[in-house]
Design a protein around this ligand. Structure first.
Ligand SMILES: Nc1nc2c(ncn2[C@@H]2O[C@H](COP(=O)(O)OP(=O)(O)O)[C@@H](O)[C@H]2O)c(=O)[nH]1
Ligand SMILES: [Mg+2]
Length: 255
């Protein structure tokens, strides 16, 4: 019996959550699902409870207030590690991350990387050959590309898509990262996790995905979230200039 877990964060995803959970369960029937809902006013949490009542492999974590994607993921990771799930996958509720590509991420976690090392973290990447995006407005694509390029350069990360939200972690990788040191609430959380993965010397590879912009519901991206991410990345970059890189960071290699 697989102990794989797919974590799906939700805030006002009433029109999407049932279909996303069903597609995950169909794509990888062995994997469990946990929906992490921040008391969505639109009743997403109630819908998720209904899905959990019908399917023992579906779980729901309710949080009391909208506290950001990063905080939701950190709560889910703690929940998952306590229960022995491994690996642990991040997947958006809105249809952007195709559950049908879960096999690709999970498969890459099982394969040695180009240098023959055990892989700790797989990123579903839009910005490597074979990666695609569908229905994204031009400004979102530019924002994502520039954000990724800025963070990658400042933090010297050998990863093309540093803000990607479709990821598969070994449980041991989440244990290696000091999660209590990850403080970014918004989407900068994705960069924060990679930054910590790099500091922990983890082996990271990217696999191409097709990212499909949501057809229903609304994005929670906001200027505040972007500002938080930019300020933090810049801060880590400056701090990095004054700190010798840990010896283990040489093991952090992208694909
Ligand atoms: N639990 C929780 N989920 C969130 C929060 N903000 C966004 N999400 C979820 O995170 C995923 C990605 O958010 P989305 O708004 O689609 O971001 P975008 O794809 O960058 O436009 C979706 O499943 C959202 O419902 C939050 O504060 N709490
Ligand atoms: Mg989205």
């Amino acid at each position: 019996m697989s102990r794989a877990l797919v974590v799906i964060p939700t805030y006002n995803e009433r029109e999407n959550i049932a279909e996303t959970v069903a597609r995950v369960r169909a794509a990888v029937p062995d994997a469990s699902v946990v929906v992490v809902d921040d008391s969505s006013p639109d009743g997403t949490g109630y819908i998720a409870e209904g899905l959990a009542a019908d399917d023992g492999a579906v779980h729901v974590l309710h949080r009391t207030a909208k506290d950001g994607l990063g905080a939701a993921y950190l709560a889910a990771f703690a929940w998952a590690l306590e229960r022995g799930f491994d690996p642990i996958v991040q997947l958006d509720a809105d249809g952007s991350h195709l559950p049908e590509q879960l096999h690709s991420l999970l498969g890459a976690l099982e394969m040695p990387d180009a240098a023959g090392r055990r892989v700790d973290l797989v990123i579903g990447s839009r910005w490597i050959p074979g990666g695609r995006i569908e229905n994204w407005p031009r400004y979102r694509e530019l924002l994502s590309r520039w954000g990724s390029a800025y963070a990658r350069t400042i933090l010297r990360l050998p990863i093309r898509d540093v803000t990607a939200g479709y990821r598969a972690f070994r449980a041991s990788a989440l244990r290696a990262i000091r999660l209590e040191d990850v403080h970014t609430r918004g989407y900068g959380f994705q960069v924060d996790m990679l930054w910590h993965a790099s500091q922990s010397g983890l082996v990271v590879v990217e696999v191409p995905i097709t990212f499909v912009e949501r057809a229903r519901g609304r994005s929670k991206m906001s200027p505040m979230i972007i500002v938080e991410a930019m300020l933090r990345v810049t801060g880590w970059g400056i701090a990095g200039l004054f700190r010798r890189r840990p010896a283990s960071s040489g093991r952090f290699v992208g694909s």
